[in-house]
Design a protein around this ligand. Sequence first.
Ligand code: PMP
Length: 443
Amino acid sequence: MSQILHRSIAGGYPTAVSGEGVWLIDSDGKRYLDGSGGAAVSCLGHGHPDIRAAMHAQIDKLAYAHTSFFTSQPAEELAEHLIARAPNGLSHVFICSSGSEAVEACLKLARHYFVERGEPKRIQFISRRQSYHGITVGALSVGGRMKDRAPFKEMLLQGHHIAPCYAYRDQRADETLEQYGLRVADELEAKILELGPETVAAFVAETVVGATLGCVPPVPGYFKRIREICDRHGVLLILDEVMSGMGRTGTLHACEQEGIAPDLMAIAKGLGAGYVPIGAMLASSQIIAAVRQGSGAFPHSQTYNGHPLACATALAVQQVIERDDLLANVRRQGAHLERRLKERFGNHHHVGDVRGRGHFWGIELVADRASKTPFDPALKLHARVKQAAMAHGLMVYPMGGTADGNAGDHVLLAPPFIADAAIMDTLVERLGEAVDAAIAGAF
Ligand code: PMP
């Protein structure tokens, strides 16, 4: 029995021993197509020779130097690379080891900024229901997956939630997609006014909702309106692109497709492609200027900030993505994946919605397609799909619906950027078999 504390104490997972491109191989030699990049992490696949070489080269020079004594060449080069390609106005990078830490850093720097500016009453954060921002206490406080929050409710920071942008379930028959987007964006303004603008520090949102809803992109105009509302009330906009960023949707940052830039942005997952644990916060020059003019310090640092091996690896990952023009592949093969998914599931009696962008797609499972009624959560259909997919040699990332019936079970796909059309075909074929087997097994 495993002594590792997994989310499920029972454990019982196969043992991964090696990886080759889009495949992971377990201790029995069984091969799994990594259709979800783990949790939208392994964007270059496994065992990439150039990344292995970069890791070896760095480890032969320097693995670690504490940032209170030294900076390092890999950290500086990675920061330069990221800022040169960052959304407008973002000028500085804080390099940590995970997505949760990147979100924590955003929350704390937002708060610190207002202290530095002499607006200490701004302590409240607004975010969206059915969102995920990480598992540490701050990140969980802004997260909107109520099931994860419930056992820790009393420990959390004050967090306020508005509706997600989730047209499949919430758009009214009498409104266009754009009208719907503006209506839900305006919930932010109502919430800011209710709380008092002078008390609100930031609004936090995933640009494309990942795990909790299964790849739900925003509708056109939504984030433009969100940006306007934040600006009107002096509220910072924090975008969580831990899952949807770093090329996953076909552009380096998902917000590029929305035509807006955040004040703070969290990235992780695809940054290091799973070769090292790494995350980062990108911060605007306006925020940095306020800190510079104020105390001159951001009192928030960790032992592994700017880890040289992690930074050299992430830099190599980003350089390979650029050198091999992999975002063009994401756009091309993403369109192929979309076509295949719609062919296979577009008329499936138990698939209500197929949505996504680039190499980031989700299908939502429903008991009844016409009424969009989710399956009974007690059936744990998502877990059954995962199990059936693993049996078919496929990794996908499923998540349960909500108990209030406002979201069904869904399955998230995030294949590596190197996947070709044949791999996408295999993915959809195996997923189809897994979904049908899971539904057949549930009744
Ligand atoms: N934000 C989002 C949008 C995520 O998807 C995740 C991870 N699933 C996190 C934050 C937290 O990242 P990590 O698990 O690396 O702490």
